[in-house]
Design a protein around this ligand. Structure first.
Ligand code: PLP
Length: 425
């Protein structure tokens, strides 16, 4: 039998992970080997609910027959060809289908890349170059919100407002302006601003923080009034997570750029897309000096596009969004006993995204070094639930295919693990 844990510790370096603790003799890495629907199974044969959809990516469950079949069919044709100088059928179809998801227009162009961070990089470069090309080079600043998370590459992390993640690299990041809401934004000189970037409706990595209702629509109006472009980072919120296909659509907003990644392929493959309008696109026409010099080797990967097309077909054929409304309501009811726990300060829900914030007696934050959120998530494993905390906010955002019974077990697992980790009296 292979000693997977030792083999991992010998050579792997994990993201966002204090590797000293990971490699410590007492830590046994959990090795995930297979999955089915909302469940994952480890190399020891133990089964868990995938409580955070494999870090917010999975939509329709693991081993969905339609996505599996689409990938197998694509493999019989070709896995990858270059989008630089060539095109391919699945990417062409996918671009049209993504645009059709925004029938209100004017989004009309799709630029493919590999992940959420690159989808944001693309939007930043397009916005900056757009104003250079249209005679407003002084519009060069980017504005983001406090506690924002837009990815980890240098450009995307310049927009990040989470000091623990990004602070150390500030000397190499471009200077973005951070504001905590609309009033602070309104104090800025709009003529210097190229674009405002926002996670619409809910900031994920900030700890599932919800924006006030109407804020996104107000932001769209402000941008329109001042000629500022709006970049919606729908990397987490896209593809039904908030209960509508895209979060922006809940407030009737069409951004100038939409960044999509995580759920784009149903959580199967690394693929991203940046959507924009014909107006932005048109500025880049007319000679090499107007060209957007940006791209990645795996741009518009055919397997990724095939998976994304299958995921969108599942939305249509299985009425996913209609079915999800019932589960969102059920989840909200199931959370009532969690809300009542002594050390739960807040339970925030936006569609099928839940953040459960823990504080001592519901008031005082636990000291960071006690790793309360992480300990609760570790405890949840013994009750058959995998998820990850953001500091002391427990995240629950399962695949949409989760059954009511599985959803109840996930909530029960959280209830039990909070209770055993933080005694209630
Ligand atoms: C995860 C995430 C990103 C970064 O996506 P990666 O694929 O991890 O690079 C960007 N924005 C938001 C809102 C995210 O949740």
């Amino acid at each position: 039998m292979i000693e997977w844990g030792a083999a991992d510790k010998a050579h792997s370096w994990h993201p966002f992970t204090p590797m000293g603790d990971w490699c410590a003799p007492g830590h046994e890495p959990l090795m995930l080997a297979s999955g089915q629907g909302a469940l994952l199974r480890d190399t020891e044969g133990r089964e868990y609910i995938d409580g955070n959809s494999s870090i917010w990516t999975n939509l329709h469950g693991h081993r969905h027959p339609k996505i599996d079949a689409a990938l197998r069919a694509q493999l019989d044709l070709v896995a990858h060809t270059s989008f630089l100088g060539f095109s391919n059928p699945p990417a062409t179809r996918l671009a049209a289908e993504l645009i059709a998801l925004w029938p209100e227009g004017p989004l009309n162009r799709v630029f493919f890349s590999d992940n959420g961070s690159t989808a944001i990089e693309v939007a930043l470069k397009m916005a900056a170059q757009f104003f250079q090309l249209t005679g407003e080079p002084e519009r060069s600043r980017f504005v983001a919100f406090s506690n924002a998370y837009h990815g980890d590459t240098m450009g995307a992390s310049s927009l990040g407002g989470i000091n623990a993640f990004h602070g150390r690299f500030s000397a190499w990041q471009f200077p973005a302006t951070h504001v905590d809401g609309m009033p602070a934004l309104q104090q800025l000189n709009p003529k210097e601003i190229a674009a405002v970037v926002i996670e619409p409706l809910v900031q994920g990595a900030a700890g599932i923080r919800l924006w006030p209702e109407g804020m996104l629509a107000a932001l769209r109006n402000w941008c329109d009034l001042h000629g500022v472009l709006l970049i919606a980072d729908e990397v987490m919120t896209g593809f039904g997570r908030t209960g509508s296909m895209f979060a922006s659509q809940k407030e009737g907003v069409v951004p100038d750029f939409v960044a999509l990644a995580k759920g784009l392929t149903g959580g199967y493959m690394p693929l991203a897309a940046t959507l924009t309008s014909e107006r932005i696109f048109a500025a880049f026409l007319g000679g090499p000096e107007r060209t957007l010099y940006y791209g990645h080797s795996y741009t518009a990967n055919q397997l990724g596009c095939a998976a994304a097309l299958a995921s969108l077909a599942i939305f249509r054929e299985e009425n996913v969004l209609a079915g999800l409304q019932h589960k969102i309501a059920r989840l909200s009811e199931m959370l009532a006993p969690v809300r009542a726990l002594r050390h739960v300060a807040d339970v925030r829900q936006c569609g099928f995204i839940v953040g459960i914030e823990l504080r001592r007696d519901g008031i005082t934050p636990f000291p960071p070094e006690s790793l309360t959120g992480a300990r609760v998530c570790l405890a949840a494993r013994q009750f058959g639930l995998l998820t990850r905390a953001i500091r002391d906010v427990i995240v629950l955002m399962p695949p949409y295919c989760i059954t009511d019974a599985e959803l109840q077990s996930a909530v029960d697992a959280i209830l039990k693990s909070i209770t055993i980790t933080l005694p209630q009296d």
